[in-house]
Write a protein that binds this ligand. Sequence first.
Ligand code: ADP
Ligand code: MG
Length: 250
Amino acid sequence: MVKAEQVHKQFGRLEVLKGIDLEVKPREVMCMIGPSGSGKSTFLRCINHLEKINAGRLWVNGHLVGYKQKGDKLYELRDREVSAQRREIGMVFQRFNLFPHKTALQNIMEAPVGVKKVPRQEAREKGRQLLDRVGLADKVDSYPSQLSGGQQQRVAIARALAMEPALMLFDEPTSALDPELVGDVLDVMKQLALDGMTMVVVTHEIGFAREVGDSLVFMDGGVIVEKGAPREVLTNPQHPRTQDFLSKVL
Ligand code: ADP
Ligand code: MG
């Protein structure tokens, strides 16, 4: 579902990703941990076409990100082709970014109706189902300001799911939440994982990584320092940088 080969990204002279190699299989939940500034968000943004890589290759859902191949030549995609690729990916950020003047249901219907041209009635029905799925059946007509941070984040997850993505990216989805609201969001993510969604999750929630993750990647300084089964990495980290990081967060 995701394959990265020697992915490099720099901003000016700052080298942020220094050769990332990894693979995420269908239905896999990969968690990424690492100190602030290690390049985690940048990597997710590259997967989701929000940043362009400087070297290496990146495939998502079988497509080479940003390019198409004809014979042995590569062509850069046009904007509308990029949009089509991006529609296969759902992303949830630390900040929920809901439209403040739309209700929960309207937020969810926006992209299916506006982008995918799904008939309104069908989008509405689907939106209600999605709100039910994230435990917010009674918040259909609530505006973001009437919802807690955790509820807004669950609407944001439902909104991403409304586009029926093949892959979901989460960038510290619970970091902005009050501690007592974190559990509900993690529960929704766990259920999504059990339903078979392929997910890449940047998180500081080590418990989630251990319990729900199929694999765990530790990033530091723009490289993958260590990866493996979550239990292995967490209980028996091999690299001193992983040991040091875990000693601070566990
Ligand atoms: P993480 O998510 O692991 O905290 P980021 O991927 O956000 O790390 O950032 C990695 C590094 O890249 C940081 O030094 C950050 O300041 C830098 N960076 C991120 N985005 C940009 C940008 N658009 N322009 C310049 N530097 C950036
Ligand atoms: Mg980040």
